[in-house]
Design a binder for this molecule. Structure first.
Ligand code: GTP
Ligand code: MG
Length: 148
C-alpha cells in the first residue's frame, strides 16, 4: 500500500487549516498512519530541501519552514502520492485551481500552506527523515469485526 508524506506548513497551522486538510484526506479515502506537531530544525529542513539548496529562495524557504510548528503526517492508499499532489494544487497558488488546497486557501508561492511528496521515492525518503518507524501506525478498519 502506497504512502506519502504531507506537512501542513507553519502558515497553515497559524491559519487553523489543519482540521480542514485532515478532513479532505480522510474523506477522499486515505488512511492516516502517522501524525505529529513538530518544530522542524534547520538540520532536518536542510535534508528535506537538499535538492533546492542552490535556489535563490532557499534561505527564505528555510526560515519560513522553521518559523513555527508544522503538522507532519503520513497518509496511505491507492496512488496516494499522485492524488495528494492533485489535491494540493500547483506550487504557485496562482496556478492552482479552486477546489485544490492551495487554490482555495492561499495566494503566494512563499506561503503555500502545505507540502506533499512529489514521487514514491521521495515519499519513502521523507517518511524516514521525519518519522521513526515506531511512530508509524498501520491499522485495519475494525467495522467488519463488529458486523461479522
Ligand atoms: P512542496 O510540496 O512544498 O515540496 O512544493 P512543490 O513540490 O510544489 O515545490 P518545490 O519542491 O519545487 O518547492 C518547495 C517549496 O519551496 C514550495 O512549496 C514553496 O514553498 C517554495 N518555493 C518554490 N518556489 C519558490 C519561489 O519561487 N519563491 C519562494 N519564496 N518560494 C518558493
Ligand atoms: Mg517539492
Amino acid at each position: 500500500n502506497e504512502r506519502t508524506f504531507i506537512a501542513v506548513k507553519p502558515d497553515g497551522v497559524q491559519r487553523k487549516l489543519v482540521g480542514e486538510i485532515v478532513r479532505r484526506f480522510e474523506r477522499r479515502g486515505f488512511k492516516l498512519v502517522a501524525l505529529k506537531l513538530i518544530k522542524a530544525s534547520e538540520e532536518l529542513l536542510s535534508e528535506h530541501y537538499w535538492e533546492l539548496r542552490n535556489k535563490p529562495f532557499y534561505s527564505t524557504l528555510i526560515s519560513y519552514m522553521s518559523s513555527g510548528p508544522v503538522v507532519a503526517m503520513v497518509w496511505q492508499g491507492l496512488d496516494v502520492v499522485k492524488t495528494a499532489r492533485k489535491m494540493l494544487g500547483e506550487t504557485n497558488p496562482a496556478d492552482s485551481l479552486p477546489g485544490t488546497i492551495r487554490g482555495d486557501f492561499c495566494v503566494e508561492v512563499g506561503r503555500n500552506v502545505i507540502h506533499g511528496s512529489d514521487s514514491v521515492e521521495s515519499a519513502q525518503k521523507e517518511i524516514c527523515l521525519w518519522f521513526r518507524q515506531s511512530e508509524l501506525h498501520p491499522w485495519e478498519n475494525s467495522t467488519n469485526n463488529w458486523i461479522y
